[in-house]
Design a protein around this ligand. Structure first.
Ligand SMILES: Cc1cc2nc3c(=O)[nH]c(=O)nc-3n(C[C@H](O)[C@H](O)[C@H](O)COP(=O)(O)O)c2cc1C
Length: 218
């Protein structure tokens, strides 16, 4: 796969089929992930792949409860917008799409073939996340959809660790769960705020000399 294709099309692909992912494919994803940089090349990361049906079922219940809690608090304004907003407003349409996708995952997490949990050292996010993004790019190249999630570690961390038989938060800090499976849909290029609107030149606030009106790939 072309690198730019992977960069432009890798995005939250939550809806996946229950079909299992072969071990040799998982091995390739992990081998790509550990090529990522880490501060001082310390490689302070641990990964745990969950395919066990009983564990996934327990995790789904926690994930679903976590999303309901978030929707009632942090995402309340978005939920209000979805309920009361103008059905033709592009913001409302996008919010509905994202919410439907997030809800699908919450209701079907136990059917996702592989759940990957990742740990880093305390304050070690910046050394873990490049490896996770590499894994997601490699998954795209393998025809696999992934979605990076952190929701389980907002409220239910200890319960999740108990299910996983993992040590309490301390030396190792759980930071993300990535869902992995063969997608039911197609990859499209993500809509984002254009780069010239979020980049400055030489001094904060100074505009850059270029602009990008449309994604430059394909
Ligand atoms: C740090 C981080 C945490 C995220 N946590 C969640 C999550 O808990 N649940 C979820 O469904 N998506 C999660 N996402 C995915 C984002 O919602 C998603 O990338 C964003 O809506 C853009 O969608 P797109 O990638 O399809 O363009 C997370 C993404 C990042 C980078």
């Amino acid at each position: 796969m072309d690198l730019y294709q992977a960069l432009y099309t890798t995005r939250a692909m939550r809806r996946v089929k229950p079909d299992p992912v072969p071990d040799d494919v998982i091995a390739r994803l992990m081998d790509a992930a550990v090529r990522a940089p880490s501060g001082g090349n310390t490689q302070k990361w641990r990964f745990l792949f969950v395919t066990d049906a009983a564990k996934k079922s327990q995790l789904q219940k926690l994930y679903s409860a976590g999303l309901a809690e978030l929707n009632a608090t942090q995402y309340k304004s978005v939920m209000d917008l979805i309920r009361d907003g103008d059905v033709l407003d592009p913001l409302v349409i996008q919010a509905k799409k994202t919410n439907a996708s997030a809800m699908w995952l919450a209701e079907n997490l136990h059917k996702v073939p592989v759940l990957l949990f990742a740990w880093g050292k305390p304050n070690g996010e910046s050394s873990l996340f490049p490896s996770l993004w590499s894994l997601q790019l490699a998954a795209n190249a393998e025809g696999l959809g992934t979605s990076l999630t952190t929701l389980l570690f907002k409220k239910h961390t200890q319960e999740v660790l108990d299910i996983l038989g993992a040590p309490p938060v301390g030396e190792w800090v759980p930071m993300a769960m990535i869902t992995i499976g063969y997608p039911t849909g197609k990859w499209g290029v993500a809509k984002r705020q254009p780069p010239h609107e979020v980049a400055f030149s030489n001094t904060w606030g100074n505009p850059v000399s270029w602009s990008v009106e449309q994604p430059m790939w394909p």
